[in-house]
Design a protein. Structure first.
Length: 462
């Protein structure tokens, strides 16, 4: 294969654009159900429990397939499995449109979960192979933003399609983009940069550049710094030895505590995705178009929350992850309480949902960043898969419970339940530690010591 050795290409950003488009479409395929539910429930005589079951079947299947998919990606490579998953996702979406019974609707959602599950892992593997260490955070941020971008535009788009055509046509049309991107992925993306003729040798060398080995020392000196000592006391900053075996990963309460916290947080997120459109139509009596506009507000807020939360974690809290996780859990309790008294004015309600989206997502992405600070590099995927599996199970659990609650009582108990989930997240976060690298700690301590020495020099001069 002939490869240019001239100026460095930037083809990895084309790959990142494909990642964003692929997961945005996958997110749209899972989000469209919540918008059409108010329309199809009468046709199929769906109970709230039926609706919750359809949402839960997707997330149960999604959770089950992740760890096996990760094993297959390691054995067989990414490209073929990714394209297969993308095609199956589109076919499952298409099947939703032709379903003729409640059983077929539920089966289609379960198959959609099995199809989409590997896409997440394939994208993480692609980011790991296509981006150098200093750009992986940005690439992962774009990836996380894509799944929040979908619910921001899906409700108004679905509302237009519902009014112009019908609910079945929503699924027919949503199946098309995934087929297109699967062909583009097969054409444009290779498993490794060096396997692509579009990538210069300079870019390959740049991508392969490594950061200083973070495991150079087996122990991590993690202690309070002069600048953030009060934060370190609250988040329980500790010195630990990096988890380096599968046994230590599975035996770590810090990993399981993070996974359980993510279980509840993702449950809240997907309960909102599944049930907010129904809430707006049945409780607030909004039209389809008005519902679509207001239902997108929490997801616009989610995009903002992810960006701001990442900035807070990296900059304000100097790469500490727990502070924004804890802020999110406490703030979400307050937002669920506020929704009990939500206004009927669509503009005020959209603003309230936007604020809820921001606060719920400040610490959302850091749950998956947390394992990177406590496990060795080769064990981070296993640790992160445990956390992500916990989140997927939460996405299956909470929407179903919301359906049961609505069949027995009212929306005030739904928001109380979601507030309790957020409180559980906060309590779990209190039980895990905040890992802190020796390099970061030493840098902060050195900076603080320098400031103290400067003050002493000034005093002596005086």
């Amino acid at each position: 294969m002939k490869r240019s050795n001239d100026a460095r290409t930037g083809y990895r950003w084309i790959v990142l654009a494909m990642i964003f488009a692929t997961y945005t479409i996958a997110g749209a395929d899972r989000a469209n159900l919540g918008v059409v539910i108010p329309t199809i429930r009468g046709e199929y005589h769906l109970t709230n429990t039926d609706v919750g079951a359809m949402a839960s079947l997707f997330y149960f299947a999604y959770a089950i397939v992740q760890i096996p998919a990760g094993y297959l990606f390691g054995k067989l490579g990414v490209r073929g499995l990714m394209v297969g998953s993308m095609v199956l996702t589109s076919l499952s979406t298409l099947f939703m449109g032709v379903a003729g019974s409640v059983f077929q609707l539920k089966a289609a959602r379960a198959v959609l979960g099995f199809a989409e599950g590997p896409i997440n892992i394939g994208i993480v593997s692609t980011i790991n192979r296509w981006f150098p260490p200093q750009e992986k955070g940005l690439a992962a941020g774009v990836f996380m933003a894509s799944i929040k971008f979908s619910p921001a535009f899906v409700p108004p788009l679905c509302a237009v399609l519902l009014l112009k055509f019908g609910w079945r046509e929503v699924f027919y049309l949503f199946a098309i983009p995934g087929l297109i991107t699967s062909v583009l992925w097969l054409w444009l993306v290779r498993d490794e940069p060096k396997a692509s003729a579009r990538v210069s040798q300079s870019e390959v060398d740049y991508i392969k550049a490594t950061e200083p080995d973070r495991e150079a020392s087996s122990a991590r000196a993690i202690g309070p710094t002069a600048e953030h000592s009060w934060v370190d006391r609250i988040v329980r900053t500790r010195q630990v030895t990096l988890l380096s075996t599968s046994r230590s990963i599975f035996g770590s309460w810090n990993i399981w505590g993070c996974a359980l916290g993510y279980f509840f947080l993702v449950g809240i997120t997907y309960s909102i995705m599944t049930w907010v459109p129904t809430y707006l139509v049945s409780v607030k009596h909004f039209s389809v178009m008005k519902m679509g506009a207001v239902a997108s507000a929490p997801w616009v807020g989610a995009i903002v929350g992810n960006v701001v939360g990442g900035w807070l974690s990296d900059t304000v809290f100097a790469r500490r992850r727990k502070p924004v996780m804890m802020i999110t859990s406490v703030a979400t309790i307050g937002m669920m309480y506020a929704l009990l008294f939500a206004p009927n004015n669509p503009y005020l309600l959209a603003l309230l949902f936007f604020a809820a989206g921001v606060l719920l997502n400040l610490g959302y992405s850091t749950f998956l960043v947390y394992p990177m600070g406590i496990a060795t590099r080769d064990k981070v995927p296993l640790a992160a898969s445990i956390v992500n599996t916990g989140g997927s199970l939460g996405g299956a659990f909470a929407p179903f419970i919301v359906g049961l609650i609505l069949d027995k009582s009212g929306w005030q108990w739904v928001f109380a339940f979601l507030a309790a989930c957020s409180a559980a997240t906060f309590l779990l976060l209190l039980s895990i530690i905040e890992p802190r690298s020796a390099a970061s700690g030493d840098k902060n301590i050195a900076r603080a010591s320098s400031n103290v020495e400067s003050k002493r020099l000034v005093e002596r001069s005086a």
